[in-house]
Structures are given as structure tokens and as C-alpha cells.
Design a protein around this ligand. Structure first.
Ligand SMILES: O=C(O)CCC(=O)C(=O)O
Ligand SMILES: [Fe+2]
Length: 353
């Protein structure tokens, strides 16, 4: 485990897309904040239900926002905000009511590309001691349509079978948004909107639950952040707005951090490494992290979040999309791309292929 002054450049050999900026993994006194930048908030309704002109207009604005900073906030997506309120409570309950020994029975290990299972406090990655507990499940851990070698058995993945039912609601609410989000991005880039429809049918994903416990005074002084600066490895992430602020996004233009505050019920979309690769660097895989909330509530309150990272199945090929210029990258199998990138967090032995 490295210290709290480590920088991203210490780990650049793992990157499978071009990243040229330098940042400290943890928050630092010397960090600068960009108070002016406003991350776009867009109504997804016109794309989901509107005319072809509405769709084109949304796609243009969405792709512009993502090209600018890699993040956008969506309203009008149709998911009931009450579901998100309930999920905040379910996440807190899962982490606080499950005994530690029971959590450790599900300690994260590689399933295909995804490191799935429980991550104890300070062990989200090998490279930085973050003050978060995490739990990840990929598609295999849910009783939803997919090709399987053996019948579904919830006990393989969950402390209690009813937890699969609870969190499946979130996955089922988000799955219908995956193709429209991808279609809007591709249309906005001037590509065939449906180019990934087959690959995204019953695609793999990682639902990650984050539980950031209240910090002790000592943790507060230690310099450790809630979640280190990182880029998501995926195509894009669907992140429902958290009840507690703290999410910070790197602005490549100003080399400053932007505090992202999204309204209740909205979802934050950010592009990841897979998308930067296939878009030939048109869309950035943007650095983000979770720091202390501005109201100081980290000393008394927990924070929860539940991002869903959209992946491709292991054997799909990531290839630069046609029409986006001379490819800067060779085609690569998703599992090699994914595990080489994330061996930054899980150790060199994680990489496959
Ligand atoms: O907790 C958050 O708001 C963001 C979490 C995140 O970036 C992640 O889990 O990859
Ligand atoms: Fe992330």
C-alpha cells in the first residue's frame, strides 16, 4: 500500500488509454477547485420519448458535455426517486448489519473481468488506503436473463438470498437505460447509434455499493480520502445522486477539481476507459474521487453510493468505432483490456491474456 502522497503517474504502466495529466490520489491542501465550472444537467425525456429532432438535439448536447468533462447529470430518466431513497437505506443496512466474518466469506476475487465481492475498509485497492467499504456484483450474481453454465444460486454471491431480490430492483431499473444512453452517445459522436446494440444486449456490468462510514478524528487528520482519484474502467457509469456531497471531478482544461452536486433523483453519467478507447480519445475517461463533504458531516454521518458500471462480456472486442479518424488503438479483447487496467488496483497477478 502506498502512502497518501502517491500520484497517478506512479501507476501509468497499467493504463490502456492515453492519460497525460497528473494528480494526487488523495485530497491535498494544495488542490485547487474550479468553482465556476457547471457540469451539464440534461433532461433525458426527449431522447426516450421524443421525435427524431428531439433525439438529435439531446444526443448533441449529451456528447458535448461528455467530450468537455466526461460527466453529465440526467433528469427525466423515468426511474422513481423513491427507489433511490430506499437503496440508500438498504446499502447502509447491508454494511452495518452484516457481521465482518460473514462479509469476509465474500471477499472480492476475479469473476471473468470483474473483481466481485466484498472490499473491506482501506482495501478497495492495493495502492491506496481509502475510507470506504465496497461490495461489487456483476450480472452473474443476479437472477436475470443471461447464458449460464449452471442454474442460478443466490447463496454463491449473497449473505442472504433476499438481498439479491432487493438489489435486483436497482439493476432492473437501470438496465433499460443502458442502450438508450449508449445510443445517444454514439449518435452525438456522429456514429451509428445502434452500433453496440448487440453487444449491450444482456451485457455484463458491475453494481458497486459504497459505504463510507463516519470518520474518526484520527482518520480525518490522516490525510486519507473517502475514495481515491480514479477513472472507471467501463463504457460508462450510471451513478444515482448521493444524499451526501463529496464527489469531485477533474477538469482537464483548468487542471482543477470540480465539486459535483446533483439533484435528488437524478443520475450522473460518466464515461470510462472502454469508451475512451472505442471513441479514439474523443470521450475522456475522467478522473474523479470522493472527498470530505463541505458541511463537515463526515465526522458524524455515513455516505452511501451505488454506481452501476456498464461493461462488455469478456470475449467481446474493443475496437475504435468507424468514422472517428485513424485508430490510435489496436483492437483488444475486453477481458485483457479490463484486467490489465485494473491490475493497477488488484496487483499484477490480476491481468489475464
Ligand atoms: O461514491 C461516489 O459518489 C462515487 C463512487 C465511484 O466513483 C466508484 O465507485 O467508482
Ligand atoms: Fe468511479
Amino acid at each position: 500500500m502506498t502512502d497518501t502522497s502517491a500520484i497517478n503517474r506512479d501507476f501509468e504502466k497499467y493504463d490502456q488509454v492515453r492519460k497525460t495529466h497528473t494528480y494526487r490520489l488523495a485530497e491535498s491542501e494544495t488542490d485547487e477547485f474550479d468553482e465556476e465550472y457547471r457540469i451539464a444537467t440534461l433532461d433525458f425525456g426527449p431522447f426516450l420519448h421524443g421525435s427524431s429532432e428531439d433525439r438529435a438535439q439531446f444526443a448533441k448536447e449529451f456528447a458535448e458535455a461528455l467530450q468537455d468533462i466526461g460527466f453529465a447529470v440526467l433528469t427525466g430518466h423515468g426511474v422513481d426517486p423513491v427507489l433511490y431513497d430506499e437503496m440508500h437505506d438498504r446499502v447502509a443496512e447491508l454494511f452495518t448489519a452484516t457481521p465482518f466474518g460473514e462479509k469476509m466469506r465474500f471477499r472480492a476475487r476475479r469473476y471473468g473481468s470483474v473483481s466481485q465481492g466484498y472490499f473491506p475498509l482501506e482495501e478497495t485497492s492495493d495502492i491506496h488506503p481509502d475510507l470506504v467499504e465496497g461490495w461489487v456484483w456483476c450480472r452473474r450474481a443476479f437472477d436475470i436473463p443471461q447464458d449460464r453454465d449452471a442454474p442460478f444460486d443466490a447463496e454463491e454471491y449473497w449473505p442472504r438470498a433476499e438481498q439479491e431480490v432487493q438489489f435486483r430492483r436497482l439493476v432492473e431499473a437501470h438496465e433499460p437505460l443502458i442502450k438508450p444512453i449508449a445510443q445517444a452517445i454514439f449518435q452525438g459522436l456522429g456514429c451509428d447509434p445502434d452500433i453496440y446494440d448487440r453487444k449491450l444486449t444482456q451485457t455484463n456490468f458491475g453494481l458497486r455499493l459504497n459505504y463510507y462510514p463516519p470518520m474518526t478524528e484520527e482518520q480525518d487528520r490522516s490525510g486519507a480520502g473517502r475514495l481515491l482519484g480514479h477513472e472507471d474502467v467501463d463504457l460508462f457509469t450510471i451513478l444515482p445522486a448521493s444524499k451526501c456531497d463529496g464527489l469531485q471531478v477533474w477538469n482537464h482544461r483548468s487542471s482543477k477539481w470540480v465539486r459535483l452536486r446533483a439533484p435528488r433523483g437524478s443520475i450522473i453519467i460518466n464515461t470510462g476507459d472502454y469508451m475512451q478507447r472505442i471513441s479514439n480519445d474523443r470521450l475522456p475517461s475522467t478522473t474523479h474521487r470522493v472527498g470530505k463533504p463541505s458541511d463537515g458531516s463526515h465526522l458524524t454521518s455515513a455516505r452511501t453510493s451505488f454506481p452501476m458500471a456498464v461493461y462488455l462480456w469478456e470475449n467481446e472486442i474493443l475496437d475504435v468505432l468507424p468514422g472517428l479518424g485513424a485508430p490510435k488503438y489496436d483492437p483488444i479483447e475486453a477481458i485483457a483490456f479490463h484486467t490489465r487496467s485494473t491490475s493497477k488496483f488488484y496487483g499484477d497477478g490480476y491481468a489475464v491474456g
